[in-house]
Design a protein. Structure first.
Length: 420
């Protein structure tokens, strides 16, 4: 039989019940150690790196849950909503001096269910020790991403216990399965594909079909259109501006998106980097003006859109922004902002119309002597979208001790402890 992660409670006073634990059962915090000297910031606090990683991961995880299509998360346990789950993650407390154990093994995260008030998660001493040496202030963002995702997995694992999943040593693996399922099957497959045959001519991503571009290997084909492929929860995206690649080649993941079939965003969010031979591609957390996308040989590029609910949560605004330093006509430096905004329905699946707009506070891509230089605003224009996701419809799979029946979960269980 496949082995499970084996954990036992070290202190007899710490007991698990079917509904979790209460504060009265928790061990008292260790006596604070009087610090010797102070830090002016030059030497840094021992928990600074860990704290940054914790704050980044819990904020991004909570945001992903809030941006996801609410219909995809309707299957959460009774009394749980996406917003309540997001707040549980977002409010994770930092207790760098508190050690916690379960099944005789030390924990990075713990959960508490008080007699009154909301349950909450805790990042413990082990978490802060384990991440204290990660160079968060000097590493490139792509090197930080794996830590963000790993911490997200652990946060959702601990949140699963609060939801009533994996409350015994025998079923703890189900909490890990829930975390993996939520990120890989629910959030990663909630994608929006938008397209249009034409865009306004003043939109910086406009591609003139009659013009031969410097990097073009061939003229623009009439069947090529403008595409925005966005993973809604995370914001990772691919923008393709009348690229012949999407007119000529039948990519399986792209065909699935067009057909409204759930597909993981990893394929398209990493595709530009992998096509260009990057050995260790990572997800991009920045947006660049569509003008620069048109300069690429293939006219497609990774993008990143943040999400903000609008109008009483009836619509979601996906916004890509970039800050640029530019010189004006008089040679004076000014700070410019580029913003692209896509507004979509908050709770709709399948095909629907949406609106895309663009703003550039400096119209920076024009020559500094161009008389049209100044703020550029491209009013909202229509695009056709199709949204796909796999709903969380099998929460009963994770509750109790029964074996998994879902094919994805059965395969996850079979391969979970394998590496090669």
């Amino acid at each position: 039989m496949k082995s499970r992660s084996i954990l036992v409670i070290a202190a007899a006073a710490l007991m698990l019940c079917a509904c979790g634990r209460e504060d009265a059962q928790r061990a008292q915090p260790a006596t604070p150690v009087t610090p010797e000297g102070t830090s002016s910031g030059g030497g840094g606090f021992g928990d600074e790196n860990s704290m940054k990683l914790l704050n980044w991961s819990k904020a991004l995880t909570a945001a992903s849950i809030r941006r996801a299509n609410p219909t995809a998360l309707k299957g959460l346990p009774a009394d749980w909503t996406p917003e309540r789950l997001a707040k549980l993650i977002e409010n994770t407390a930092a207790e760098p001096r508190r050690e916690a154990y379960r099944y005789n093994r030390e924990l990075m995260f713990d959960y508490r269910i008080p007699k009154s008030g909301e349950p909450h998660l805790v990042a413990t001493a082990l978490f802060f020790r384990a991440h204290s040496a990660v160079p968060v202030n000097s590493n490139h963002s792509s090197q930080i991403e794996p830590y963000i995702r790993e911490i997200r997995t652990k946060l959702l694992h601990e949140a699963a216990h609060v939801l009533g999943i994996g409350l015994s040593e025998k079923t703890d693996y189900k909490a890990r399965a829930f975390s993996a399922f939520l990120t890989t099957e629910i959030l990663a497959k909630n994608n929006v594909l938008c397209s249009t045959a034409e865009v306004p001519t003043n939109y910086p991503g406009y591609v003139d079909p009659n013009m031969k571009y410097e990097n073009d290997k061939q003229n623009v084909k009439p069947e090529s259109v403008y595409y925005w492929m966005i993973n809604r929860p995370t914001g990772f995206a691919l923008q393709a501006l009348r690229s012949n690649d999407f007119a000529d080649i039948k990519y399986s993941w792209f065909e699935d998106l067009k057909a409204g079939k759930p597909r993981s965003y990893g394929t398209f969010a990493l595709w530009p980097q992998t096509q260009k031979g990057v050995e260790s591609p990572e997800y991009i957390r920045y947006f660049q003006s569509p003008f620069f996308v048109t300069l690429d040989e293939h006219r497609w590029a990774s993008q990143y859109y943040k999400g903000t609910p609008l109008a009483n949560d009836e619509r979601l605004s996906l916004v890509g922004t970039d800050e640029i330093s530019d010189l004006n006509r008089d040679g004076q430096r000014r700070n410019c902002q580029v913003e692209e905004k896509l507004e979509i329905p908050m709770s709709q699946q399948g095909e629907y119309p949406a609106a895309l707009s663009f703003r550039d506070s400096c119209n920076f891509h024009l020559n500094s002597d161009d008389p049209n230089r100044g703020q550029l605003t491209v009013g909202a224009f229509a695009v056709k979208c199709i949204e796909s996701f796999r709903p969380l419809s099998s929460i009963s799979e994770f509750l109790g001790e029964q074996a998994f029946t879902d094919p994805w979960l059965k395969e996850w269980e079979r391969t979970n402890d394998q590496y090669d």
